[in-house]
Design a protein around this ligand. Structure first.
Ligand code: DP6
Length: 323
């Protein structure tokens, strides 16, 4: 059989990855830590066809844009049987490229489907290393729940590992969808510009080292208030790198700032909730599931129920059966 289908879920970093030290091997500057979510995922089929003359790549039932197709083909070059092209069909249950980490679920699913389609049985560590070559954050989407990505120093040593695959306490995330259009500055370009020009970058490495240790302690203590506090501070410091770059830039828009203010205000009234943002304007709220209804009630009048998506901890990459 030369065909396999895999499903992988997105993850949102609680301690962010923002910068590479090796863009070819995709080695990050620092460790990072994330939560895989159940609500957003990508399902990808890969079929190798020895008679085909080129890769055929469909995303959400349409031919992939040339730049996306090229990125997928270059990734397939790492795993394909010699000279064998593939048919790839990928369906996203994620608003693409809006800071909801579609590349994480996409390359985790692609890494698994491309391997399984050849009858290979890589370990999840091996899949994590392979997914990394497609997109850094995809390294973590091989695993479910709370996941740590060890930065490492070469291809072998840079992979993710679960901290708690089945999250057994009330940690939950709610996405506030403010703008689901393509982001203006891709994360790859944004982080490269920051590493090259942001004077705060050396401090960021120290921030992450501290936050990784503190976050693991907070997870072990199941202290959601502390997890949220650390995640919010870490996200703001990541975004401060962007403002301090030359030229400076930001992923926030007016609605992002309004949402941040709303969450801060809600917390001041006694509801434990925090936010995090990635390479896009959308805001993710971190809270204990027992406060879900209170938070939804507070946010619905401002953002509308359609723009609020509750996500629970989700699973690692899964094999789907092909007919
Ligand atoms: C802000 O994984 O999208 O979401 O490795 O260049 O594909 P590439 O970048 P990507 O960057 C994710 C950045 C982030 C933080 C994170 O997920 O840790």
């Amino acid at each position: 059989m030369m065909k396999a289908t895999a499903r992988a879920h997105t993850n949102i970093a609680l301690v962010k990855y923002w910068g590479k030290k090796d863009p070819t091997l995709m080695l990050p500057q620092t460790d990072s830590l994330s939560l895989t979510l159940d609500r957003f995922y990508t399902t990808t089929s890969v079929e190798f066809d020895p008679t085909s003359a080129a890769d055929q790549i469909q995303i959400d039932q349409a031919p992939a844009a040339p730049n996306v197709a090229q990125r997928v083909s270059q990734f397939l070059d790492l795993v394909r049987p010699q000279g064998c092209f593939a048919r790839v069909a990928s369906v996203n249950n994620v608003p693409m490229a809006a800071g909801l980490a579609s590349s994480a679920s996409a390359f985790a699913a692609l890494a698994a489907a491309a391997s399984w389609a050849q009858g290979l049985h890589p370990s999840r560590t091996e899949l994590s290393r392979l997914a990394r070559r497609g997109s850094g954050s995809a390294t973590r989407s091989i695993f479910g729940g709370l996941v740590e990505w060890h930065a490492g120093h070469d291809d072998q040593s840079s992979f993710a590992e679960p901290i708690q695959e089945h999250v057994d306490f009330g940690l939950e995330m709610l996405a506030i969808l403010l703008d689901t259009r393509q982001k203006k500055i891709g994360s790859r370009r944004g982080m490269q510009h920051v590493v090259a020009t942001s004077p705060y970058y050396p401090t960021w490495r120290e921030v992450v080292a501290h936050d990784m240790a503190a976050m693991k302690l907070a997870i072990a203590a199941q202290d959601i208030d502390q997890i949220g506090h650390l995640a919010q501070t870490n996200a703001l410091r990541m975004h401060a790198l962007n403002l301090a770059a030359d030229p400076g830039f930001t992923y926030f828009n007016a609605a992002t700032l309004k949402a941040m203010e709303t969450i801060d205000h809600l917390r001041e009234t006694g509801v434990s909730c925090y936010y995090t943002m990635d390479a896009g304007p959308n805001v993710k709220v971190i809270y204990d599931r027992r406060d879900r209804e209170t938070i939804l009630t507070a946010l619905t009048p401002q953002f509308g129920a359609d723009h609020l998506v509750v996500a629970k901890p989700g699973p690692g990459v899964e094999k789907l059966t092909d007919e």
